[in-house]
Ligand binder design. Sequence first.
Ligand SMILES: Nc1ncnc2c1ncn2[C@@H]1O[C@H](COP(=O)(O)OP(=O)(O)OP(=O)(O)O)[C@@H](O)[C@H]1O
Ligand SMILES: [Mg+2]
Length: 275
Amino acid sequence: MVATTPVIDIHDVSRTYGEGPPALADVTLRVRAGEALAVLGPSGSGKSTLLNLIARLDRPTSGSVTVDGLRVDELGEAAAARYRRTRIGMVFQFFNLLDDLTVTDNVLLPAQLAGMARAESRRRAAELLGRLGIDRHADAYPGRLSGGERQRVAVARALMNRPALLLADEPTGALDTASGEDVRDLLTALHADGQTIVLVTHDLSLAEACATRTVELVDGRIVRDVQHPPRSGHTPPHAGHTPHAGQAAGATSPGTSRGAAVAGGGTAGHEGGAR
Ligand SMILES: Nc1ncnc2c1ncn2[C@@H]1O[C@H](COP(=O)(O)OP(=O)(O)OP(=O)(O)O)[C@@H](O)[C@H]1O
Ligand SMILES: [Mg+2]
């Protein structure tokens, strides 16, 4: 499917903090459904600021941020929280898992917050853990897992509510090489299944492996915007799915139409509407 409406439409956005130079300056950026965008740039160039604006963890000083048809910069805090729960999934460098909850309960959390029926959310959690190859750790506590496994749990949690958009800020930043490669392969697989991804990274090999497009920031400005095909050879088994089913995990569960509607609505018709 070729979506005409971009999943992300950032228009002329600036963000300044106090008297300092702008963290972001006059940034305009559109990301289409199914794109895997890597945001590169030196430390302090505004990468996390950009991600935080997309996630509506922060607001621009000027300009507009539209995600999945929703003017997120205009949302109040309650609506912003709902937006984050239902439309986006986030993965961070340090996993941000809750150590006193089991792996399954961590993954279930977003579904519970969104009010998904218990049986459905349990099915989905099990499906995601299986898909990400961590089902044998379902009842373990995150502290027992390796960094790579923890990051897989974090990705499962991020995908729980079938977000239109997956955001990742340095997802391999705290991992050793092998675990980093696992996460890289996972993101590549998700992209192959149609998941729209925005990935902030210092890791060029990660960007090259899973991104179809690279944007480079310097001093809060986009200085480079390059489209490139994903490298072949990292295409994992899931890649057999066509992107038509919409989103990564949605493609594996055609029976759960609610999720498909949430995911597909993000890229196609905004069935959920702005709330
Ligand atoms: N809450 C804040 N208050 C003040 N300044 C901030 C705040 N957040 C970010 N900045 C400043 O904005 C600029 C961009 O920061 P940002 O975190 O987006 O950089 P980054 O590209 O993600 O860097 P890194 O690669 O080190 O994570 C930096 O100069 C930073 O100091
Ligand atoms: Mg950062």
